[in-house]
Each structure stands twice: as structure tokens, then as C-alpha cells.
Design a protein around this ligand. Structure first.
Ligand SMILES: [Zn+2]
Length: 250
């Protein structure tokens, strides 16, 4: 494990990262950047054939527990690609960064359901401390209708296409928690309120969510092949499939 930053990880996280390095045969390397594509995120995973690369945004203030959870989360993205052979995108030449970000967001939306489940099984919290307060705020915003919702999500990206995908992914992640996780009653109630409010007030966006849920239900996204097929179909749904190929490691 190569750490560029001068912070120390807990025993629990160190052990978990070592386990991933052992199982994948890949070293975990850390980098730092103040821009990870979507504003407000702390860490990001980037594919590299020989390493598990994690980029940290040290300017984003987080509690130690949240930062650790975030690192465990990103490392697990590497684990499912290198060990479980989940698929990843290969872009045709000359595709622009906006297109890549859209495709990556589709991947993240599905992978996060799997990744958060794995970290939960390894003793980490499935979501950070900011998640439920954010959901509470999103419920309030949703009651104001689509236009206000769009304005809200615009804070995280200047790209309108990515903004739409971001809204949809917020629903799918929440729905995934309800569908596949054991949550405590309060958490479950709140997330449920969000999905219900979203459905009621973001009608145009919810139509896409329905189709994505159908695709997820028809494929076992917890297996490499099921996840790969589901992502391919979701890319097609958004007409994002033409300049990218999905590939799995052997
Ligand atoms: Zn993720």
C-alpha cells in the first residue's frame, strides 16, 4: 500500500485494504486531486491494469470515519473489477470527457449498490454520515417540483446531461438500499420517503428509474455477467452505448 498523504488509517481499514491487495494481487496506490469530477466527493477510484488507484480530495472536509469508509468504498470498486471480474468501460478514441463522465456515472450507480453491500459485510457503514441529512434535504427539494430539483442538482455539476443522470442515480441508490440492505427502521423510513417523493414530483425522471429498476430486477447485478448485461442495457436506454465497449478481465 503506497500512501502519498500524511494521514494514518485505522487498523480496521488497513486490514481491509490488505485483504483486497491479497485477493486481487494488486497494490493500492493513493493520489490527490482537488477535482474529482462531481463536486463534493471525497475519493474516487480509477482503473489501472496493475494497481488499484484511489484519488483523494483532501480539500473536502470529512470526519475520519467518513473518510475511511470512503477509502474502503473506492478500494472495493477495484476489488470487484480485479477479483470478481466485473466489467469496465473501454472508450473509443476521441470521446469527450462529458461523455466519459456520463458513462462512469451509470457504472457507479450500479456498482455502488454492490460495493456498499460488500463494505457493510466487512464492518463499514453502507453510507457516510452525510447521506441521511442529504436525503432529508432532497425530500424537501423534491416537494418543490422538477424545476427546483434540477436547480438543486445543478450545484454538483454544470453539465445538464450529467445533472439528469445524477438525479436518477440518487433514486436508484436509495431504492437499492431499500431493496437489498438491512437498515434500521428510521433509516428505512426516511429513504422510503425520498423514493416516494421522487416518484411523485419528478415524474419525467422517475420514468427512467422504472426502466432501470426493471433491468436490475431481470439481471443479478451481484454477479459479474449480470451486472455487465444490466449496465449495457442501461447505457442503451440513455443512448450512451455507441462509443464505449464493456470489457471484463480474464
Ligand atoms: Zn462508488
Amino acid at each position: 500500500m503506497i500512501l502519498l498523504s500524511n494521514f494514518k488509517f485505522s487498523r480496521k481499514l488497513t486490514d481491509y485494504l490488505k485483504k483486497i491487495e491479497l485477493k486481487t494481487g494488486r497494490e493500492i496506490k493513493f493520489f490527490e486531486s482537488p477535482d474529482l469530477g462531481i463536486k463534493g466527493i471525497t475519493a474516487a477510484y480509477n482503473y489501472h491494469p496493475h494497481y488499484i488507484q484511489i484519488t483523494l480530495n483532501m480539500e473536502n472536509p470529512r470526519s475520519i470515519e467518513d473518510r475511511e469508509r470512503s477509502v474502503a468504498h473506492e478500494a472495493t470498486h477495484g476489488y470487484i473489477i480485479h477479483k470478481l471480474k466485473f466489467c469496465r468501460p473501454i472508450f473509443l478514441e476521441n470521446v469527450d470527457d462529458n461523455y466519459k463522465r456520463d458513462v462512469h456515472l451509470i457504472f457507479t450507480m450500479i456498482e455502488d449498490i454492490i460495493v456498499n453491500k460488500i463494505i457493510q459485510d466487512n464492518g463499514f457503514y453502507p453510507f457516510g454520515h452525510e447521506y441521511l441529512p442529504m436525503v432529508t434535504e432532497e425530500i424537501k427539494i423534491a416537494h418543490k417540483g422538477e424545476e427546483e430539483g434540477e436547480k438543486f442538482y445543478h450545484r454538483f455539476t454544470d453539465n445538464p446531461h450529467l445533472e439528469a443522470l445524477l438525479m436518477i442515480s440518487r433514486y436508484i441508490i436509495a431504492w437499492g438500499f431499500l431493496r437489498y440492505y438491512h437498515l434500521d427502521t428510521q433509516e428505512e423510513k426516511l429513504i422510503q420517503e425520498f423514493t416516494q417523493t421522487f416518484q411523485k414530483f419528478y415524474i419525467d425522471y422517475y420514468k427512467f428509474c422504472v426502466k432501470i429498476k426493471e433491468i436490475i430486477e431481470e439481471h443479478n447485478i451481484f454477479t459479474a455477467n449480470g451486472e455487465c448485461s444490466a449496465i449495457q442495457l442501461i447505457l442503451q436506454l440513455f443512448k450512451l452505448d455507441e462509443r464505449v465497449e464493456l470489457t471484463q478481465l480474464n
